[in-house]
Design a protein around this ligand. Structure first.
Ligand SMILES: [Zn+2]
Length: 239
């Protein structure tokens, strides 16, 4: 998927908007009853996001960050200032990465990339409310140490950043991080249910059921080779 995409739920609506040259899937979500909204991963293209806020006549209450890579969080500081809203997430495990984000952004050609400090660091199972809707935050380390995913139990949709993709998994720096990533996917994300639709940080949407069946890295068949490592503290940090 590379164009703006509207997901119509009965109570929650969502527009997925690829932003920056990296076509990162920024998501604007709102409660249909109150039009209170949150934005997940405002990586860039602030003018486009402001236009969508205006078009949908929604009231953004906060920005949520999955992890502080420039394509995901580059525009968070500037957009939070403009909208006068708080930034929430990621987990404190990404604190040092946030400090390095602007420099990384310049290096990679993300010109809207201002440093930020979250108003709230998120922990596993923290709740985020907007209007009558609630998202659950899930700490899913691996791609970064403080990576968060956001899940709507009611709408059966998850926003997973760079943890999991359709047919692939996120990049990691070391084999241990890779195992941590697999652990996050197998023990935190897939148990949410095969029916759950997920919005990855890039490219096309999929469901957890589809990945459980067909993803070469995290399918039930693939996991038989490594899931015994998950309880072994020598190989994973846990969370
Ligand atoms: Zn990333």
């Amino acid at each position: 998927m590379s164009k703006d995409h509207l997901l119509k739920g009965e109570k929650l609506q969502c527009r997925v908007i690829p932003v920056t040259w990296a076509r990162q899937n920024c998501a604007v979500l709102w409660c249909l009853e109150t039009r209170k909204a949150v934005i997940v991963d405002p990586g860039g293209d602030i003018d486009l996001l402001l236009r969508i806020i205006d078009e949908e006549q929604i009231d953004v209450e906060r920005l949520l960050i999955t992890h502080p890579h420039p394509d995901h969080a580059g525009a968070a500081a500037d957009l939070a200032d403009l909208l006068e809203v708080a930034i929430e997430g990621p987990n404190r495990g990404d604190e040092s990465l946030i400090r390095r984000m602007s420099r990384m952004g310049e290096h990679l050609g993300f010109y809207e990339c201002s440093p930020f400090v979250p108003n709230r660091w998120l922990e596993d199972e923290d709740k985020i409310e907007f209007g009558h809707r609630t998202l659950v935050a899930l700490h899913c380390p691996g791609h970064t140490a403080g990576h968060m995913a956001y899940f709507s139990p009611e709408a059966r949709i998850a926003f997973v950043g760079d943890i999991l993709f359709k047919g692939a998994v996120g990049a990691t720096a070391t084999p241990r991080d890779h195992l941590e990533l697999l652990r996050s996917i197998r023990l935190k994300l897939l148990p949410l249910g095969d029916d759950v639709l997920f919005v990855p940080g890039h490219e096309m949407l999929s469901t957890f059921g589809e990945e459980r069946r067909n993803n070469h890295a995290v399918s039930d068949v693939a996991a038989e080779k490594y899931d015994h490592f998950f309880d072994d503290p020598r190989f994973t940090r846990g969370s």
